[in-house]
Design a protein around this ligand. Structure first.
Ligand code: APR
Length: 309
């Protein structure tokens, strides 16, 4: 099988870590794009020099323009500002919208048939901007957030119970921010519902930590936001696409009536494979869960409405 071509826009913490994992997992040739001269080239060369030890044959190329990214199969957008302590993701909105717009205009000129994954925050709004600029079909564009929020929830559950991460499954719906909707009822350990294993108080505590998971890292790092778990989450999605795994994962997908939500991106479970988002899975929700999801959707609508581009 010919190697896939994967472009990562943004050679910062998230972009470079993503490129590293893509190479180490042998998922394709990787192009790293950034506005900063020398940074993508330097990081790409550094990664190439690890190839004999890490045993991969993919090419990693760093560039400052988009010609060489032509006909990419997958494009991952991480370009933009990251949070500092005290900032919400929404505080990044207008600056990052301008960056995402200009990046997408270039990407789509050269890779009109790509599958696009947005990572820049505020995620759900940036994915909306990217869809508008590129005109990509809703099956070919999504945002990465649900996998990250779920892996955070999973790790907290595994730490609490002292069990293997492998056995923990967790679902998080909704936007990537304070109004996300962790779903204990759809979370389990080796098939045992989470609600059978932990008290309501303990689950509430883990849910709250999950909602604030990004901020907890920002507070510790002080100079930026998380990148190891975000990069792993992106690459987990890419694996599902490239290896045609048909995984069901939560992503920010464009909804047209599913869950009673229309015209925005929202974190929901989807079936992900080489064709992209094959379908949105509609989970039965309790009134309380649905209320939380609808208020999450309302927050995204407001964010989109306030865009100044
Ligand atoms: N085109 C290409 N790259 C750009 C552009 C642009 N127009 N504008 C900025 N960049 C690059 C920067 O030069 C920098 O190398 O984006 C990179 C961002 O890297 P970091 O500052 O390290 O930020 P990072 O931690 O990678 O986060 C990037 O992902 O998770 C989200 O909230 C996070 O929005 C943030 C994004």
């Amino acid at each position: 099988m010919a190697k896939k071509k994967i472009t990562v826009v943004g050679a910062g913490h998230v972009g470079a870590t993503t490129a590293q994992l893509l190479a180490y997992k042998k998922l394709g040739h990787v192009f790293i794009v950034d506005v900063l001269e020398g940074i993508p080239q330097g990081k790409a060369l550094d990664l190439m020099e690890s190839a004999p030890l890490e045993n991969f044959d993919s090419r990693i190329t760093g560039v400052n323009s988009y010609e060489q990214t032509a006909n990419s199969d997958i494009v991952i957008i991480t370009a933009g500002l990251a949070r500092k302590p005290g900032m919400t993701r929404e505080d990044l909105r207008d600056k990052n919208a301008g960056i995402v717009k200009s990046v997408c205009e270039e990407v789509i000129k050269y890779s009109p048939n790509c599958f696009m994954i947005l990572v820049t925050n505020p995620l759900d709004t940036m994915t909306w901007v990217a869809k508008n600029v590129t005109g990509l079909d809703k099956h070919r564009i999504c945002g990465m957030a649900g996998v990250l929020d779920s892996t955070r929830f999973r790790s907290f559950i595994a730490m609490e119970l002292g069990v293997s991460n492998e056995d923990v499954h967790a679902t998080v719906l909704g936007l990537h921010g304070n109004d996300m909707v962790p779903m204990p009822r759809y979370s389990s350990v080796a098939g045992i519902p989470l609600t059978e294993l932990l008290s309501k108080e303990k689950i509430d505590e883990l849910v709250d930590r999950t909602k604030k998971g990004g901020a907890e890292i920002v507070q510790l790092l002080k100079t930026g936001s998380a990148y190891y778990a975000p990069a792993s989450s992106i690459v987990n999605m890419v694996e599902s696409i490239v290896l045609e795994k048909n995984r069901i994962v939560p992503v920010a997908a464009y909804l047209e009536g599913e869950y009673g939500i229309d015209g925005i991106f929202m974190g929901v479970p989807v079936l992900l494979n080489w064709s992209g988002i094959e379908k949105v899975i509609e989970l039965p929700l309790t009134d309380e869960e649905n209320k939380a999801l609808q208020s999450s959707a309302e927050a995204v609508r407001q964010s989109v409405a306030q865009l100044s581009i």
